[in-house]
Ligand binder design. Structure first.
Ligand SMILES: Nc1ncnc2c1ncn2[C@@H]1O[C@H](COP(=O)(O)OP(=O)(O)OP(=O)(O)O)[C@@H](O)[C@H]1O
Ligand SMILES: [Mg+2]
Length: 265
């Protein structure tokens, strides 16, 4: 369904994405993890069309989409969220989501865009905030708005970049449930997240990248206890003994930031 074939992205010197190939199948939720700067957001930019790869091919539903614009990809059903939420500050939540519905051209006219917007606002629990302006929202609500705007595109492929960062554990549970529901309705989901509990709870398969390369891929439990993965997160000195690895695996989330909103800009 989605396939990246030997994708490289350079921003100058070292590649941010380095000869990366992977695919996501229909019906699947793929979790993508990796340390800060691993290239996760860059991958989403390349799939969503905001970034052109230096080389390599991206295919969606069997079609080469490497040179399509973000707007053309939205038409095909590819939607993404932004790690740093980017609502239109002067517009209300509802207006922001209506713009989302219109962007992909999947809503036929204003009335349908409004109907879709109200439906996804409810689904993302923003109904009480529908009149708030984008710049009046808390981080958690901005994350919800990012989800709502992406969902308003009626996507076939949803790319989520740390939509759970900054949420309380209860809100993370709700987000995991929402993502599962969306997936059940036939949407392929790619979830980037630093919260390991969420990754474990949501992913059918996990891909781990480090310095833009794949270092592990497989079932969540297996991948999260892989010494290579723990080493990438914690540094070599913590990953020497097998005993330590087993103990450290469940705690990886404790040692990684869960809300880096401030430090990210
Ligand atoms: N627009 C850009 N211009 C130059 N360098 C960039 C750009 N975007 C990303 N990079 C670099 O590419 C590398 C990968 O960045 P990316 O944002 O994809 O990492 P990430 O895995 O999403 O990290 P995080 O977990 O911190 O969000 C980093 O070294 C980053 O500094
Ligand atoms: Mg990122």
């Amino acid at each position: 369904m989605l396939e990246l074939d030997h994708v490289i992205k350079r921003f100058g010197g070292l590649p941010a994405v380095d000869d990366l190939s992977f695919s996501v199948r229909t019906g699947e939720i793929l979790g993508v993890i990796g340390p800060n700067g691993a290239g996760k957001t860059t991958v989403i930019g390349i799939v969503g069309g905001a970034l052109a790869p230096t080389s390599g091919v991206i295919r969606f539903q069997g079609r080469d989409i490497t040179r399509l614009s973000p707007h053309q990809r939205a038409h095909l059903g590819i939607a993404r969220t932004f790690q740093i939420a980017q609502p239109f500050a002067g517009l209300s939540v509802r207006e922001n989501v209506i713009v989302g519905a219109l962007f992909g051209g999947r809503a036929h006219g204003r009335a349908e865009a409004i109907r879709i917007a109200d439906e996804v606002i409810e689904r993302t629990q923003l109904t009480a905030k529908a009149r708030f302006r984008g710049d009046e929202l808390t981080i958690a609500d901005r994350k919800r708005l990012e989800m709502a705007r992406a969902l308003a595109l009626r996507p076939r492929l949803l790319l989520l970049d740390e939509v759970m960062a900054g949420l309380t554990p209860a809100e993370v549970e709700q987000a995991v449930q929402l993502i599962r529901d969306i997936n059940q309705s036939g949407v392929i989901v790619v979830v980037i997240e630093h919260i390991m509990k969420a990754i474990r709870g949501v992913s059918d398969r996990v891909l781990v990248i480090h310095f833009g390369k794949r270092i592990a891929e497989g079932a969540p439990q297996q991948v999260l206890s892989d010494p290579k993965v723990i080493e990438a997160y914690l540094g070599e000195r913590y990953a020497r003994s097998g005993q330590e690895q087993v103990q450290l695996a469940p705690n990886v989330s404790d040692l990684t930031p869960t809300n880096r909103e401030e430090s990210d800009s």
